[in-house]
Design a protein around this ligand. Structure first.
Ligand code: CMC
Length: 435
């Protein structure tokens, strides 16, 4: 409590009870600088106080102007614009431009941006050979990660990350080629010939073409499905300092080329704790099988026998704003593809869970993954492609985070500290002395 007449100060006073000494540490944006704690020492030759924060639960690793999330209120904004408005009024390429450059493009800027991305969708023929080298049942995400890393060998000048022109080319190439590499990975896994990009189609339309075209002289994507994919890309485009964005920044902070950094980010996304939950939702809906089994399933979840997949979020303690958009989108997609019984199970599951004290008390709401897998499956994407689809959408976010990191004069190579709890110095025993 502020005593009367006391002047308010933007600082924190810390008393070290080991020494009785007090320290004043400045507060800026509700944070203190971890390095300001280093002055806190018991002995002059001590290293100084650090914070211990596994998984960065309460550590801001950067200052950012890209994405804002208020998890309690269910708010997600890119560069200040609400995700709901972006999903309704913009295309994914407009949003990619917004994330990277900070403002929405005007008509001429969008035309230029679209043209440049479209004319960088083709990949070198040798990249096809790389794809051919994979085993027939290779996971498309593994191929995608390798394909991104391989791009660095085709564009060695991209390592000049300080060059504006090089960065620009990287934006075009990574956003342009990510769908091509993804589609090639899929076609390889099903033994189908690769389909080259069709520059007359939209960004999502061309991806559907490269995925699904068989013998049609000209592939025409269904406009509802094309739009749905566009919106899904927007919803997945960025989510501030998530695991893969953190990987992009962390690896990029070594000043490696951006293709290698993007491969690292995609590898982070491959993990089931990050990009794989929508697959788990589908498996769960399959296991439940019919609406009458839902009460029994919910009872099991409440007894700790498994989780309601697609529910709950580390940040959102309210309805994930992306989930409400995806739910509406699912209805539109199913009108075209035919209704899958799993959607009805999902809707009923959500209805029951949102009324149940267990979920209400713990603030567990549907997250982005609850309905996205259903849409992907209805659009004929195999489950193994789900994280790849996520990665295509997230590419612009990774690039925006990467560029912001490079332009931030406070950033250095990412190098956390540790609390060493291992052995003190000891001598190496000879082989015959070892237990
Ligand atoms: N079903 C049932 N109970 C749950 C669930 C769930 N989906 N999620 C959390 N809880 C319970 C949990 O058991 C705990 O209860 P108690 O306090 O009695 O021990 C309480 O809620 C808090 O859970 P937590 O594990 O401490 O929460 P967290 O913030 O560490 O976990 C989460 C977040 C997303 C990992 C978790 O909610 C979860 O496992 N959800 C299911 C998987 C899923 O849908 N993941 C996709 C996340 S969105 C992807 C993205 O944005 O990239």
């Amino acid at each position: 409590m502020q005593a009367q007449g006391e002047v308010k100060k933007n600082s924190l006073t810390i008393t070290d009870n080991r020494t009785g000494k007090s320290y004043e540490v400045p507060v800026e944006n509700d944070t203190i600088r971890a390095t300001d704690l280093r002055q806190i020492k018991v002995n002059p030759d001590d290293f100084g106080m650090m914070t211990y924060d596994p998984a960065f639960m309460n550590t801001a690793s950067c200052k950012s102007k890209i994405t804002f999330i208020d998890g309690d209120k269910g708010i997600l904004r890119y560069r200040g614009y609400p995700i709901e408005q972006l999903a309704e009024r913009c295309s994914c390429l407009e949003v990619a431009y917004l994330l990277i450059y900070g403002e929405l493009p005007n008509k001429a800027q969008l035309a230029e941006w679209t043209k440049n991305i479209t004319t960088h969708t083709f990949v070198h023929e040798n990249l096809k050979k790389l794809m051919d080298g994979f085993h027939h049942d290779a996971h498309p995400m593994g191929m995608f990660v390798s394909g991104l890393a391989a791009l660095s060998t085709f564009y060695p000048s991209a390592k000049h990350i300080e060059s504006k022109e090089e960065r620009q080319m990287t934006f075009y190439r990574l956003i342009g080629k990510a769908p091509t590499i993804s589609a090639f990975a899929y076609r390889h896994s099903v033994g189908m010939p690769y389909v080259h990009p069709d520059n007359d189609l939209s960004y999502p339309g061309n991806f559907l073409n490269m995925m699904f075209r068989i013998a049609e002289p000209k592939y025409q994507p269904h406009p509802v499905l094309e739009k749905a994919l566009d919106v899904l890309y927007i919803l997945h485009a960025d989510h501030e300092q998530n695991c893969s964005a953190n990987a992009m920044r962390g690896v990029g902070s070594s000043h490696v080329d951006p293709y290698s950094a993007a491969a690292a980010a995609a590898a982070a996304l491959y993990g089931p704790l990050h990009g794989g939950a929508n697959e788990a939702v589908l498996r769960m809906l399959d296991e439940i099988g019919s609406k009458d089994k839902i009460p029994g399933f919910i009872k099991d979840v409440k007894e700790g026998k498994g989780r309601l997949m697609g529910f709950g979020h580390r940040v959102y303690k309210n309805y994930d704003p992306r989930a409400s958009i995806i739910k509406r989108l699912a209805e539109q997609v199913f009108e075209v593809t035919g209704r899958d019984a799993k959607l009805d199970i999902a809707l009923e599951l959500e209805r029951i869970a949102l009324q149940d004290d267990y979920f209400v008390k713990r603030k567990l709401y549907p997250n982005v993954d609850f309905y996205s897998g259903l849409i992907y499956q209805a659009m004929r994407f195999p489950v193994a492609m789900f994280p790849v689809l996520f990665a295509i959408g997230r590419m612009s976010g990774w690039l925006a985070q990467w560029a912001e990191m490079l332009d931030d004069s406070e950033q250095k190579i990412a190098r956390p500290r540790q609390v060493y709890l291992g052995h003190d110095k000891r001598d190496v025993p000879l082989m015959n002395q070892r237990a």
